[in-house]
Design a protein around this ligand. Structure first.
Ligand SMILES: [Zn+2]
Length: 331
């Protein structure tokens, strides 16, 4: 039997994880039963709109501040168990304003729970507040202002989620200007449901530091070269891409090609509640399905750490610990 290094022990950052979509299945069931709701479905979505509707239904089991805090805490605990040194969950506060009264109230609960979970589980937690492409751009701008306001409470990045085909990047320029001028990383979704043009727009219009997904950049060789010449990190989610038919199979997935071209890529779970695998599972799949060796897995982990919103001293220390992992003897 081939001896392998433990991927749990590989220091890594989880950069593409939606808060409610990373809820434990057991918590979804428990909360739904507690509120005498039908347990929301988490499989059987065919296309992205159906997936998105299923996501929003799952989020409705969160009805109190304790529920929301619990989800935050468990998401951080699961990242720690998977060997993450940093997690940057994203959330859209508007998803919960009917429950908590205001976007600000939602953010306050999440930042407090994140700080407590960071202490409890001993890993770094940064938060990404995101806009929604299917909502009016003014909502995203309000979210961006809120994100900047909470920068001192570990909000580190600003994202943009939902259907790329509905809301082009140009509509959200103002929100990203606000976020970037406020010192946040720009990390919109792009190059998932739309092609290379959406990646170019995310770079040129939204000033992306990272791209959530970005894999469809592979369709344009010039764009791949541009990414390889930059420090932009693609926060890739292989299982999500297969489940939502962005790629037909692991064999067809462009991750290897992007890495070979020299593009920085992290590996992530996206929505483990709806797709199945968690962060560590995705690293295991990179080894078993893509056949990545430990040098490549360490490179992915290093990119995740360097692309994160973590403080620079932590980034240096964790990157060094990735090197130590790679230098460690096989056990
Ligand atoms: Zn995503």
């Amino acid at each position: 039997m081939t001896e392998l290094r433990s991927l749990q022990m590989l220091p890594k950052a989880h950069l593409h994880a939606h808060l409610e979509g990373s809820m434990r299945p057991s918590t979804l069931t428990e909360l739904a039963e507690h509120y005498e709701m039908i347990v929301p479905e988490t499989s059987g979505y065919g296309d992205f709109p159906a997936f998105s509707a299923m996501y929003k239904t799952a989020a409705t089991v969160i009805k109190t501040a304790d529920d929301l805090s619990r989800v935050v805490s468990e998401v951080v605990e699961d990242a720690a168990l998977d060997g993450a040194v940093w997690i940057e969950p994203s959330f859209q506060p508007r998803m919960h304003t009917a429950t908590f009264g205001s976007v600000e109230a939602v953010v306050e609960i999440v930042v407090d729970a994140a700080a407590a979970a960071s202490n409890a589980f001993g890993i770094g937690v940064g938060l990404m507040i995101a806009g929604d492409r299917t909502e009016p751009p003014a909502n995203a701008t309000e979210n961006a202002r809120l994100a900047v306001k909470f920068k001192d409470q570990n909000v580190v990045s600003f994202g943009l989620a939902s259907d790329e085909a509905v809301g082009p990047a140009e509509w959200f320029k103002e929100s990203f200007d606000v976020a970037r001028e406020g010192g946040l990383l720009s990390a919109p979704h792009a190059g998932e449901l739309a092609g290379p043009g959406s990646v170019v727009a995310a770079l040129d219009v939204l000033g992306a530091d990272r791209l959530q997904h970005g894999v469809r950049a592979i369709e344009d060789p010039e764009l791949v070269k541009r990414l390889a010449d930059s420090t932009v990190c693609l926060d890739v989610c292989p299982t999500s891409n297969i489940m939502l038919r962005v790629a037909d199979s692991f064999a067809e997935h462009p991750l290897r090609e992007l890495l070979d071209a020299g593009v920085f890529c992290s590996v992530n779970a996206d929505d483990s509640l709806l797709f199945g695998p968690g962060l560590l599972d995705e690293y295991e799949l990179c080894r078993s399905e893509f056949g990545f060796n430990d040098e490549l897995l360490a490179r992915i982990a290093r990119s995740s750490i360097e692309g994160s919103g973590a403080p620079s001293d932590k980034v240096l220390a964790w990157s060094a610990s990735v090197d130590e992992w790679l230098a460690s003897a096989l056990v």
